[in-house]
Design a protein around this ligand. Structure first.
Ligand code: NIG
Ligand code: FE
Length: 411
């Protein structure tokens, strides 16, 4: 049994409840046994059975559930700093992609990279994320765009899940783009996805979700429907990159098909916002992508007023969001999406857990939940989001083990 004491403010963040309900408790403690929370609440109410637990001192800091980055493209070859510079000179993201760059260029680099190279690179990012207090990461394929290289990415995730402490939730994004060699035979690529790759991915349990990029130059609404219905029939959960650069109807399709989440959504229509809210589909906002592409930020007040749950994630990828700094996404969500610090915290914990189907085990500090938490060097979350700095996280607990920061073993 273990006990974290001297917590100035504990945020329990229940899975249910209002958008800004974070259930903050002053002078708190957290007790866990193995990988499971046993008690999280006021120090004065700690049951006596925990009194001889091994103690750790939070130093009067605040404690939040382990952060969940519920949307990343973690595994990729190469980088695209040249395109970043070209965009600063005025080139658009879509122009670069139409000219064979963008996602295509990362596909070439990812196909050329070995599984070991990709594992090393993604693993280094995960170690940094752990230091930021992140304990669960959704990770997409989508830079292979053929059978072998899509599966290679998903196998990298499977390998990483086994050798490092963070939970990896893999998503198949073979429908990220039609690869160049299929440009004039889209139907054949769709057939490859629906008849070969999706069935194999599902059969081998290489992914929990299937995602589609619905956008001009990517996949149409009808193509997206066909791919996602196939994925659903094979038992995969559904996600959509929807309405990122134009209003394409992806948010409405996500609601219609019962997707667990839809992402980006900057251009979603009021009708589709209402549809997602009533379907319970989580709206995953990706403010780092809006920042880098100079696109509008998600109008979170509109979504929250409509009754939708808004999560916040990094979208870490080499094009639109080349950073896995979830704290930066959080501060951007507060400032540009006009979310309160409490709403933002829910966005990276309980709502993020729901966006990957884990709201009953992850994202909250309650008995029975995973012993995943972060000690944040701030008196409260207002101060944390306001005083952005390299890393306010002092220690990260994952499945009951200290995996980064103060109490973790050296080395
Ligand atoms: O989420 N929108 C599509 N996919 C990624 C970007 C991928 C890339 O540029 O490599 C995104 O923004
Ligand atoms: Fe993305």
């Amino acid at each position: 049994m273990n006990l974290l004491k001297n917590i100035s403010m504990l945020y329990r963040v229940p899975a249910e409840g209002g958008h800004d309900e974070v259930d903050a408790i002053a002078d708190a403690v957290v007790a866990w046994e193995g990988d499971t929370i046993r008690f999280a609440g006021p120090a004065a109410e700690l049951p006596s059975e925990f009194s001889d637990a091994e103690p750790f001192d939070a130093g009067g800091r605040c404690v939040v559930p382990g952060l969940i980055d519920c949307h990343t493209h973690l595994c990729f070859g190469g980088w695209r700093g040249d395109e970043f510079a070209a965009r600063l000179e005025g080139a658009s993201y879509q122009d670069i992609q139409a000219a064979g760059g963008g996602i295509n260029s990362t596909v070439n680099a990812t196909r050329a990279a070995s599984k070991d190279e990709l594992t090393g690179k993604a693993g280094a990012a995960l170690a940094d994320m752990a230091r930021l207090g992140v304990t669960t990461v959704e990770a997409k394929s989508g830079y292979g765009l053929n059978r072998d290289d899509e599966i290679k990415q998903l196998e990298v995730y499977r390998a990483l899940d086994a050798v490092q402490p963070l939970d990896i939730v893999p998503t198949f994004l073979g429908a990220h783009l039609v690869p160049a060699e299929y440009r004039d035979r889209r139907d054949e690529y769709l057939a490859l996805l629906c008849q070969d790759i999706i069935p194999e991915v599902a059969e081998r349990k290489l992914a929990r979700f299937c995602d589609v990029f619905i956008e001009d130059n990517a996949f149409t609404l009808d193509e997206g429907r066909r791919i996602l219905e196939t994925a659903k029939a094979h038992g995969l959960g559904l996600k959509i990159h929807a309405d990122q650069l134009s209003a394409g109807g992806g948010a409405g399709l996500a609601a219609e098909l019962g997707a667990v989440s839809a992402e980006h959504l900057e251009y979603a229509t009021d009708r589709d916002i209402a549809a997602m809210a009533s379907a319970g589909t989580v709206a995953v906002s990706l403010p780092i992508a809006s920042l880098y592409l100079r696109e509008p930020f998600l109008p979170a007040r509109t979504w929250i007023a409509a009754g939708a749950r808004v999560a916040v994630a990094t979208d870490f990828n080499p094009g639109s969001a080349p950073s896995y700094h979830l704290h930066m996404a959080m501060t951007l969500a507060a400032v540009h999406q006009r979310m309160s610090p409490s709403e933002v915290l829910r966005g990276v914990t309980s709502h993020a857990a729901r966006a990957i189907g884990l709201q009953h085990s992850h994202g909250s500090l309650q008995p029975g939940y995973r012993a995943d938490l972060a000690i944040i060097d701030a008196p409260d979350i207002n101060h944390w989001l306001y005083h952005f700095r390299p890393n306010a996280c002092r220690a990260t607990l994952k499945d009951g083990n200290w995996v980064a920061g103060e109490f973790s073993p050296p080395g």
